[in-house]
Write a protein that binds this ligand. Sequence first.
Ligand code: FAD
Length: 318
Amino acid sequence: MAEVLVYVDHVDGDVRKPTLELLTLARRIGDPVAVHLGPGAGNAAGVLAEHGAVRVLAADAQEFTDYLVVPKVDALQAAAEAVGPAAVLIPSSAEGKEIAARLALRLGSGLITDAVDLEAGEEGPVAHQSVFAAAFTTTSRVTQGTPVITVKPNSAAPEAAPAAGTVEELAVSFGPSATGTRVVSRSRRESTGRPDLTEAAIVVSGGRGVNGAENFALIEELADALGAAVGASRAAVDAGWYPHAHQVGQTGKTVSPQLYVAAGISGAIQHRAGMQTSKTIVAINKDSEAPIFELADYGLVGDLFDVVPALTEEVRAR
Ligand code: FAD
């Protein structure tokens, strides 16, 4: 079976969930080979193997930490040339998309970004994208070179599929452009203790109906009772009530949790684009005609200032 390279998104060997999703999708196309760049391959190997990595190609060098994406592109190019994979899969983060674009150019390959599903095809992997605010789905495949495909987080549920996961050293030599952009400093965002929005199993989002930054405490309390991440509509973000990093939608994050709670959100198409693949959607809105109810599995017509605290209390009591 052909091998499929999967770029590992990690923090010091702590592998992020989108990579495990990619390993699951990669198994539809071939044997996943994880490419781990930077420190921590030893720590990462276990979870990569549990999710189907037949091999882990690892390279550690100061360049991966000290410079922006080009050293990683150099390493992925080396891996692609050594393996001759059926495809290279990369998480659709801002960094992932830049790496993918540069890699595709280097390999003379076609590129597909923001896929939401992948399958094997007779002439190579086939990718599905959700476009025009999720109004259409496109199906495409790369017709030139090794397909380089970025996949949106939450496109698949990570499945365990134990494999050997043997760690092998990847030999990398850096080109002249590798050290073109140096990282000056890094700062970690203060942790809220809540799960990452794009990876969370439950998301509670607030919109214009929340009516003020101070009232987002209600949304946070319900989120904390449920162990959820907090999201926001663009109206709430534009009003300065919640940070842009939490915006869900076409110009924000795409989430696909098991449970999505939308409070005081009307359900504009641009908001739906970021959450409509959630498994169960609960909408709380005082307007029974709000479009969000067309999408919701459970709709609560009422004032969120009554409903949300009541829900929080009920969840806490269980
Ligand atoms: P509104 O549409 O104003 O809805 C507020 C809702 O709250 C109403 O349905 C109202 O009935 C309800 N409500 C009010 N008070 C209460 C209460 N006390 N209790 C219960 N319900 C109450 N939007 C996004 O969200 N994400 C995006 O990424 C995004 N990208 C965009 C990109 C482009 C190019 C454009 C043009 C728009 C984009 N938008 C995006 C904006 C989008 O079109 C909507 O304007 C936005 O989603 C509306 O946010 P909202 O639902 O919070 O506000």
